[in-house]
Ligand binder design. Structure first.
Ligand code: C5P
Length: 298
């Protein structure tokens, strides 16, 4: 059987509003997701047993990526097989261009790509409703990995609705900080710092309205409720954010729960210049452009 290859993008949260924890421990979110062209490429082929091979694409440090059963792509494959009552397995190759454990949803992208690739390999013809339900069961950001582009995320982030702005490209500098921040730790610190968070975060109407506007209008509206918690746990990220803005970025922002920081720039040339300046201090500095499509490719 011919192997199947599917690509999935990293995400940036242009807005991340977080409410008080729900009874199940998850936090209600109002987020605007934006997919950028840092990509993981997943190839699946028929095999007797599940296995994962992870390959670094460029400068990405893959040390923190679990191989074998611990990898979310295998969990995605097992969930899809179980859903269809199939007794099948696959060899999964992940070529990683998305910074690992950094708040850019790299694992979620792999899960989304694995679902789509295995659905094609097995000719399973999974309907969209089932595919999105399987994705949500794997992680809060996985449904966004399927759709990509710009999307509003509600619930715990898993309910996604496409937003406009597909043709308006944004240029970013991405700095993956070394030594990950654990997502549950950042949410816990957020609860301590914001004990009076509302049960429902406010909807980011203004940002949604400005998605297709000139970048100077969009930049001041970028917001991340988790940023203070991430900075509290990793104060040196504040130095990085200031350095990026001093180098010419319109806005620096912690990406999701961090520690990766992203910088919105006025155009591609400025992003290259900001990246060159940051490279004098930071080991890995990437540039990226969004929005791009998700694993479904439509
Ligand atoms: O869904 P996902 O596996 O990405 O979530 C990882 C962890 O992040 C959860 O176990 C939870 O601690 C935290 N989380 C949260 N509220 C969300 C999403 C994630 O508290 N909406």
């Amino acid at each position: 059987m011919t192997p199947v290859t599917v690509t999935a993008p990293a995400k940036i949260n242009l807005h991340l509003g977080v409410g008080a924890p729900r009874e199940d421990g998850f936090h209600p979110l109002m987020t605007v997701y934006h997919a950028v062209d840092l990509l993981d490429v997943i190839t699946v082929e028929e095999a007797d047993d599940w296995s994962v091979a992870v390959i670094a694409d460029g400068q990405v440090d893959i040390a923190g990526t679990p191989s074998g059963e611990g990898n979310i792509a295998v969990r995605a494959g097992r969930a899809l097989a179980a859903h269809h009552g199939l007794d099948r397995a696959a060899r999964i190759e992940i070529r990683k261009g998305i910074p690992v454990a950094g708040g850019m949803a790299g694992g979620s992208a792999d899960a989304a790509a694995a679902l789509v690739a295995l659905d094609r390999l097995w000719d399973a013809d999974t309907g969209d409703a089932d595919l999105f339900e399987l994705a949500a069961g794997l992680g809060s950001d996985v449904p966004f990995g399927l759709v990509g582009r710009n999307a509003l995320g509600t619930g715990r982030g898993e309910q996604v609705e496409q937003l406009p702005g597909v043709a308006t490209l944004r240029h970013w500098v991405v700095v993956p900080a070394t030594g990950g921040l654990s997502t549950p730790d950042v949410y816990r610190r957020y609860d301590e710092l914001a004990p009076a968070a509302p049960p429902q975060p406010a909807a980011p109407y203004r940002l949604v309205e400005f998605l297709e506007d000139p970048v100077e209008a969009l930049a001041p509206l970028l917001h991340n409720d988790l940023e203070q918690a991430a900075l509290d746990l990793r104060p040196e990220l504040g130095t990085l954010l200031a350095a990026g803005e001093a180098a010419g970025a319109l806005r620096g922002l912690v990406s999701g729960s961090g520690p990766t920081c992203v910088f919105l720039c006025v155009d591609r040339d400025t992003a290259q210049r900001v990246a060159a300046t940051l490279r004098t201090t930071y080991d890995v500095v990437l540039t990226a452009t969004g929005p791009v499509v998700g694993a479904l490719g439509r």
